[in-house]
Design a protein around this ligand. Sequence first.
Ligand code: IMP
Length: 191
Amino acid sequence: MKKLVFATNNQHKTEEIRLALSGQYEVLNLQDIGCDVDIPETADTFEGNASIKSKYVVENFKLDCFADDSGLEVEALNNEPGVYSARYSGGRDSLENIQLVLRKLEGKLNRKARFKTVISLMLNGENHIFEGVINGVIRTALSGSKGFGYDPIFQPEGYDVTFAEMDMAEKNKISHRAIALRKMIEFLSKS
Ligand code: IMP
């Protein structure tokens, strides 16, 4: 079976994709191929960062690969935190990142935001890009304890709860990541 690397160390994400592509591809993650380098994400776009990771694996391991990069874009903050989502407040503390977003939005009426995922799939030397977006609003206070990152302040369009109040299974059906992954899986099933 053809091998496809997912440039992640997240075992849970790997299992999900492995299941979705079973019978079609043998999905390996960074650990499986013995890649323990912290690939630097130095681009200023999601597409750029995802492509850095997928191309690193292709160049160094000669295997087809895909990588994802995600983050939160807040309209009234010129789409910040964007690619800096994980370290917006300087560290990786989610609560501090959330508090910074809430502080910067104080007094602003426009609370529109979106989560975005971009996947770069390097297949036979060509870079294919897939994007997933979910629109929503930023609440004025935290609500819910599930999920991670900015989930407690993000309320997706059409819902009256935050991502952090939703069941994981429900969030994973509608999320930016799920949308981008579905697009890639559909593409792979046709190619
Ligand atoms: P990654 O590229 O998937 O590692 O995401 C980068 C950062 O964006 C994370 O560390 C979070 O701060 C934020 N983020 C991405 N996806 C989500 C999500 O589904 N919920 C909350 N925060 C997210």
